[in-house]
Design a protein around this ligand. Sequence first.
Ligand code: GTP
Ligand code: MG
Length: 218
Amino acid sequence: MDLRTIFNSFGAREDYRQIIEEFNDFIKLYEMALLELQSDIEIIELEWQTRYEYSPFEHIKTRMKTPQSLQKKIERKGVPFTIEGIRDNIFDIVGLRIVTSFEDDVYKIYELLKGRNDLKIKRVKDYIKNPKPSGYKSLHLIVETELILSEGIRWVPAEIQIRTLAMDFFASTEHKLQYKYNTKELSQEIKDELFEVAQASSQLDEKMTRVRNTILID
Ligand code: GTP
Ligand code: MG
């Protein structure tokens, strides 16, 4: 690919090297934030496993937004193609997904995160209480994580998605069907069918919680 197309989209500047360096420094901050968040969460997980018999964590996944996906989002949202534009408008360059066994574990983890001083919760989107039209369920948090650098403290945004295994099964599979195998919009018939899968996943969660509650009471 001719890199000039990328560089030109930053504006008609000739000093490509400086632009690249600035952008690299900018992205490095997010990479550091990802490391920080991941280790914070892993420590919480380890602490739960050590201190209690039960840990609400099933597994954790992290990702950095790919440049392609970042570019698509910038274009879709009409965000200025500048470092400031990205910094002020895109909050999911760092993504962390926490998968739990039970639905109430999602809120248990949310409470844990709320209590931390090195995390600011900027926005909560509860798609468990208010699922998306697709049937998608998940608790989304836009947070800022504290980074302690030699130059001082920086707060870097990230998106944390918390959901159960059943919600994750639906979301991951539906996402694959939506984006990977099909470039055009899914038909209403398929959407309806997927919505039924989402309902079935929710029923699995409810059933599993009932079983657990029975065991806890016994
Ligand atoms: P984006 O601009 O895509 O980030 O959407 P938003 O700013 O409205 O955020 P929202 O919280 O709605 O969604 C963010 C992320 O949640 C998406 O990038 C997906 O990973 C996930 N998501 C949201 N809706 C769906 C859905 O219907 N199906 C699946 N599989 N994932 C979804
Ligand atoms: Mg920290």
